[in-house]
Design a binder for this molecule. Structure first.
Ligand code: AMP
Ligand code: ZN
Length: 665
C-alpha cells in the first residue's frame, strides 16, 4: 500500500466508523454489527500506527482515551459560562414572564427544555473539528478536559455538515445515565473503591480523572443545549437545538416551543411525571426566550442571563422509620441532631441519615421514639426530616428530648440563638479533630497528607491535641504508625514545614474563629496587618470595616478572650507561622498590570471609591464605558443593564466581586 492509498483508506474508515458511532450512540439505531465495527476499528488502528503522519486527535480510534495527563490547564472562556436564575414555584415563573415582557416591545416565544442534572461542558469547534472542551470552572475560566471529552461517544469529534461556521461552541451537560451510574457504583463496591452519591457527582469526578482510558470506560454522555458563535445559521434557540441535532449532537426529544405560560405549564406537568422514567437525572425545566434578538435585548445580570429561567421540580419525599437520634458535635462545638433512618431511596440515592437541624425544629416536629417520618431531599441539599406521620405512632411512645450535656465529653451545653454548643473547645475530641482538619485544609495551611484518618491516628496515639502540636511532630513520631512509612512520614513533615510560608490571611482563616470565613480573614488581615492589632481591636474598630459585621466582631473578641487561644497563638508564633502580612502585599502590586476595567453596580466589600483605589493599587485602570478595548466588566449587585449587554456583545468578560478578589489574591 502506498502512503496515498493508506491515506484514502484511513479516511474512508474514519468516515464509516464515525457514522456507525453516531447511529449506535446518538440515535440508538445501530446498523453496523459490533463485530464489523471492531474489525474496522482494528484495521484503522493498524493503519494509523503504520502511517503516523496521518495522526488525527479526532479519529474514532481516539475514543478509547489517550495518554494520562498530570493536570488540566486553566483556560479563559470566550463566552462566560453563567448560571441560571431559578424559581421554585409557578408564581415566580409567572413573575419573571411579566417582568421580561415589560422590558421589550416585541412579541416573543419560549423554548422549553429539561434541566439536566449533570456537569456543564463547553466544546469549541474550529473548522468543524473539536479543538477544546472546557468545564465551567468559575464561569470565567474553566479546566481544559479535552482529552477526556474526546472519549464521550455522544460528543461529535468532527461535525458532518456544510453549514458550520468557522468557529462554534456547543455547550451542554455531561451526564451519566442512571443505569450506568448504578452499574459503576456496583463495580466500585465490589472492588472496594469509593461509591458516588449520585450520577452528577460521578460525572463530575469522571470528567476530572487524569487517565482518559478510565474515562472512556465510564460511558459519559453529552447532551447539547446551547449553540454559540458568530454567523450562526439559526436565529432562535429552538432552531439551534434542531441544528445541533442535525449536526450529530445528542439532543433528546424533549423540548418545545411555547407561546405562553399555559403551554409551559403543560410541559412542567407532563415532565414532572415522565422524568422518573427518563434515563438521565433531571431536576427541573429551563425556559429560554426563543428569539436571539430578544435575548440580546434582555441581556445578562452578573450571574445569569435575564432571558432564561429554571424551574426546579419539587423535592421528592418519602416515608420511613426513625431508628434513633444522634447528636453530632462539629468544629465550633455546635451540636446537631441527626436522625438515623431505615434506608430509603430518595432522588436516586439511598438515605440512611437526615438532619434535624436544632432543638426548635425537633420540637416543631414533635418526634417520638419509633415514629414514621417524611424525608426530603432537594437538589444538592442534605436530606432532612420534614414531618412526622402521627397516625402511625405507637401508643405510649416516648418523646425524644434534646440533650443537655455534650455526648462526647459531658460538658454542660450552652444555648446560643437556636443552637447548643459544647464550649470545651480545647479537649472535646470531635471538635479538636475537626479544627485540625480545617487548619490543614487547602484553603488554610494546605498541609498535604494529613487526611481525617491520619489525624484520628495521631490523636489516638496522643501525638496531637491541638494545631500547634503539629509543628512539634518528628519523623520518628510518624513512621511507625499504622499505614505510614518512612516516605509518607517524611512527606507529611515536609508539608508541615512548608505551611509556615502560608500568608497571614490563611493562618487567620485556619484558626477557625467562628464566622471568620475565607473572605473575612482576607479583609481582616489586610486591614489589621498583624495579629496583635486584631487582638486588641474593639468591636467598634472591627465593625467599621466594610464587609465585617457584628457577628464576626463579637466572635473575634470572644476568641481572644480565651487564654488558651492566646497560648496556642504564642506557640504557633514560636513555630514560625506568619502572623503579619508580608510587606509586598502591602505595597503596590501589579496583578492587574495595565488592565482596563469598567465597574458597575454595588459591592459587598468596597465602596465605589475604595474599589477604584484598589484596582489602581493593583496596577489596573478604571474606565467609564465598555468598549472593545475593555478587559473586564466588574459587575456587582444590580449592574447597569446597558453595560452588561454591551460587554456581552463585545465579548468582554464579566466578572463578579468574588472573581475580582480571587484575581488580586
Ligand atoms: P445551576 O448549576 O443550578 O446554577 O444551574 C445552571 C446550570 O444548569 C447550567 O450551568 C447548566 O449546567 C445546567 N443546565 C441543565 N440543563 C440545561 C438547559 N437545558 N439549558 C441550560 N442550562 C442547563
Ligand atoms: Zn464536648
Amino acid at each position: 500500500m502506498t502512503p496515498k492509498e493508506a491515506k484514502k483508506r484511513i479516511e474512508a474508515l474514519r468516515k464509516e466508523l464515525r457514522e456507525a458511532n453516531y447511529k449506535y450512540y446518538v440515535l440508538a439505531q445501530p446498523e453496523m454489527s459490533d463485530y464489523e465495527f471492531d474489525r474496522k476499528l482494528e484495521e484503522l488502528q493498524k493503519l494509523e500506527q503504520a502511517y503516523p503522519q496521518f495522526y488525527d486527535p479526532n479519529s474514532p480510534t481516539q475514543r478509547v482515551g489517550g495518554e494520562p495527563t498530570t493536570e488540566f490547564k486553566t483556560v479563559k472562556h470566550k463566552y462566560p459560562m453563567l448560571s441560571l436564575a431559578k424559581s421554585y414555584n409557578i408564581q415566580d415563573l409567572k413573575d419573571w414572564i411579566n417582568r421580561i415582557t415589560k422590558l421589550v416591545d416585541e412579541k416573543f416565544t419560549y423554548c422549553v427544555e429539561l434541566k439536566y442534572d449533570g456537569v456543564s461542558l463547553s466544546n469549541q469547534y474550529i473548522d468543524k473539528k473539536l479543538v477544546q472542551s472546557l468545564t465551567r470552572g468559575d464561569g470565567i475560566t474553566g479546566d481544559d478536559v479535552t482529552v477526556n471529552a474526546r472519549t464521550i461517544r455522544t460528543l461529535p469529534l468532527v461535525i458532518q455538515a456544510d453549514d458550520v461556521p468557522y468557529e462554534v461552541f456547543a455547550r451542554g451537560e455531561t451526564m451519566i445515565s442512571r443505569k450506568n451510574f448504578e452499574k459503576i457504583n456496583e463495580e466500585q463496591k465490589e472492588k472496594g473503591g469509593i461509591t458516588y452519591m449520585n450520577a452528577r457527582n460521578l460525572a463530575a469526578g469522571t470528567l476530572k480523572l487524569l487517565d482518559p482510558k478510565i474515562v472512556a470506560k465510564r460511558n459519559l454522555d453529552f447532551i447539547a443545549y446551547f449553540l454559540l458563535g458568530e454567523n450562526l445559521p439559526v436565529n432562535n434557540q429552538y432552531d439551534a437545538l434542531k441544528k445541533l441535532e442535525e449536526w450529530g449532537f445528542f439532543v433528546p426529544h424533549d423540548y418545545i416551543k411555547a407561546e405562553n405560560i399555559d403551554e409551559i405549564m403543560d410541559f412542567i406537568l407532563d415532565w414532572g411525571v415522565k422524568r422518573f422514567d427518563f434515563p438521565y437525572d433531571t431536576d427541573g425545566i429551563v425556559v429560554k426566550v426563543n428569539e436571539f434578538e430578544v435575548q440580546e435585548k434582555l441581556g445578562f445580570t452578573a450571574k445569569s442571563p435575564r432571558w432564561a429561567m429554571a424551574y426546579k421540580f419539587p423535592a421528592e419525599r418519602k416515608l420511613t422509620k426513625l431508628l434513633s437520634v444522634d447528636f453530632q458535635v462539629g468544629r465550633t462545638g455546635k451540636v446537631t441532631p441527626v436522625a438515623n433512618l431505615e434506608p430509603v431511596t430518595l432522588a436516586g440515592t439511598v438515605v440512611k441519615r437526615a438532619t434535624l437541624h436544632n432543638e426548635d425544629n425537633m420540637k416543631k416536629l414533635d418526634l417520638h421514639e419509633g415514629d414514621y417520618v417524611y424525608v426530603e431531599k432537594a437538589g444538592e441539599v442534605i436530606p432532612q426530616v420534614v414531618s412526622v406521620e402521627k397516625s402511625k405512632r405507637k401508643p405510649g411512645a416516648k418523646p425524644i428530648q434534646f440533650i443537655d450535656h455534650c455526648p462526647v465529653c459531658n460538658t454542660p451545653l450552652i444555648k446560643q440563638g437556636a443552637d447548643y454548643f459544647c464550649v470545651n473547645t480545647t479537649t472535646c475530641e470531635p471538635q479538636i479533630k475537626a479544627q485540625i482538619e480545617h487548619f490543614v485544609s487547602r484553603k488554610a495551611m494546605h498541609i498535604d497528607g494529613l487526611g481525617p484518618e491520619i489525624i484520628k491516628l495521631l490523636f489516638k496515639n496522643g501525638l496531637i491535641h491541638n494545631v500547634a502540636d503539629l509543628y512539634d511532630l518528628k519523623i520518628s513520631d510518624l513512621k511507625d504508625l499504622e499505614g505510614l512509612g518512612d516516605k509518607s512520614a517524611q512527606n507529611i513533615i515536609n508539608s508541615i514545614q512548608k505551611s509556615k510560608q502560608q500568608g497571614f490571611e490563611k493562618v487567620l482563616y485556619g484558626l477557625g474563629i467562628r464566622h471568620v470565613g475565607e473572605t473575612a480573614a482576607k479583609i481582616l488581615a489586610k486591614h489589621f496587618k498583624n495579629i496583635d492589632n486584631l487582638m486588641h481591636a474593639s468591636v467598634a474598630d472591627i465593625t467599621s470595616i466594610k464587609g465585617i459585621g457584628e457577628k464576626i466582631a463579637e466572635s473575634i473578641q470572644k476568641y481572644f478572650s480565651n487564654p488558651k487561644n492566646i497560648a496556642l497563638i504564642d506557640r504557633l508564633k514560636q513555630a514560625g507561622l506568619q502572623f503579619q502580612i508580608k510587606p509586598e502585599t502591602e505595597k503596590i502590586v501589579d496583578k492587574l498590570h495595565g488592565k482596563k476595567i469598567v465597574i458597575s453596580g454595588t459591592f459587598e466589600h468596597f465602596s465605589r471609591d475604595e474599589l477604584k483605589q484598589n484596582i489602581e493599587q493593583n496596577g489596573g485602570h478604571v474606565v467609564s464605558s465598555v468598549s472593545k478595548n475593555t478587559d473586564y466588566l466588574l459587575a456587582g449587585e444590580k449592574p447597569g443593564p446597558s453595560k452588561v449587554s454591551k460587554a456581552q456583545s463585545l465579548n468582554v468578560p464579566i466578572i463578579s466581586e468574588a472573581d475580582y478578589l480571587r484575581m488580586i489574591e
